[in-house]
Design a protein. Structure first.
Length: 335
């Protein structure tokens, strides 16, 4: 009955572990501030792979991570530092990406036809493509900073006739977000300069190789948001050789191997009692201008940077030692 289903998690855990002699561990991959059910106190060991997208760590997030039956797993170096600042024992394991994310000039569609990322977008090869892929969900505040990014692109497009924007997201407010078509109009972006992913295709999901082709088809990936727990698309884009524009806040700078980091000003989020960052429109514009001045082509620097986040490397380097530490924690807590 609860909005985030945390009321049934403990019951599922009890049913799943009943009759087993193996050590029992519940792992979560979700915003932990939503975990309010008293039934979770009955679970002796919970490992929470926790996103922290504010600074400092919001009180509700810190309170969960400080519970004696919880071992936090920080998914970013920033999050690891924030938990350390609260004196919370935690381990660091970043997200990983699959090896399919690499420079992908073309793929075959369902009919066997060879197509490019530009074909999927609907843009010709002579365009300078700025790409965003962000879930359009939430409006108070709009964490993905669509307004600031759209305004910066509008100013950018006025200077460059070949500049276009591809949005891999839901264009309407149907998912609890904002009306992006209206926003684009209010920012002065001509309809011919912006494309949105087909709504049905977006909901059903594109194959990963098609996403790799899209990233490869872009000249710069724009992701200057108000805060990120991690930011998987930023790594995926770079793995495909596309430089990025991100905000100087939370996990974003540590994920920028090749690209431009934009400045901003603090934004107080009363819901989380902590700070976001509103990215600066002039600073975003400057990042786009620098990307344009560099010219088109794949970035080998970005590709090399992204290799540290390949799933197999993350498993060997981070998950194995983390699980050993978590297993020891479980053993000590049950002794």
């Amino acid at each position: 009955m609860n909005a985030y289903s945390d009321d049934i998690v403990a019951a599922h855990w009890m049913d799943w572990t009943q009759g087993s002699n193996l050590p029992k561990l519940l792992m979560t991959l979700f915003d932990v501030w939503v975990l309010k059910s008293p039934s979770l106190e009955k679970v002796p060991n919970i490992a929470s792979w926790v996103p922290i997208d504010h600074q400092p760590c919001p009180p509700d997030v810190a309170a969960w991570c400080q519970r004696p039956n919880v071992m936090p797993i920080a998914m970013s170096k920033f999050g690891h530092e924030q938990l350390n600042n609260f004196g919370v024992r935690n381990v660091y394991v970043p997200h990983g990406i699959e090896s399919v994310f690499k420079p992908t000039a073309h793929i075959k569609d369902n009919q066997g036809k060879v197509i490019t990322g530009r074909d999927i977008m609907g843009f010709s090869e002579d365009k300078f493509v700025v790409m965003m892929t962000s879930v359009n969900k939430g409006a108070h505040p709009p964490r993905k900073a669509f307004a600031e990014n759209f305004m910066a692109f509008s100013m950018f497009a006025q200077k460059h006739d070949d500049a276009v924007l591809y949005m891999h997201t839901e264009q309407s407010a149907s998912m609890g977000g904002i009306d992006l078509k209206l926003l684009a109009h209010m920012c002065g972006i001509d309809e011919s300069r912006i494309r949105y992913c087909d709504p049905y295709t977006y909901r059903m999901g594109l194959p990963q190789n098609a996403m790799a082709a899209l990233y490869t088809g872009a000249d710069v990936y724009l992701a200057a948001s108000m805060g990120e727990g991690f930011g998987i698309p930023v790594v995926e884009a770079q793995a495909c050789g596309t430089p990025v524009v991100v905000s100087r806040f939370t996990a974003q700078p540590e994920l920028c191997g090749d690209g431009w980091i934009v400045e901003g000003q603090p934004y107080w989020d009363p819901a989380q009692a902590s700070w976001f960052l509103t990215p600066s429109v002039p600073s975003i514009l400057n990042g786009l201008e620098q990307a344009y001045a560099r010219g088109r082509g794949r970035s080998l620097k970005a590709v090399e940077f992204a290799k540290q986040y390949e799933a197999d490397h993350v498993y060997e380097t981070y998950w194995k030692p983390a699980m050993k530490e978590i297993a020891e924690w479980c053993r000590l807590s049950q002794s």
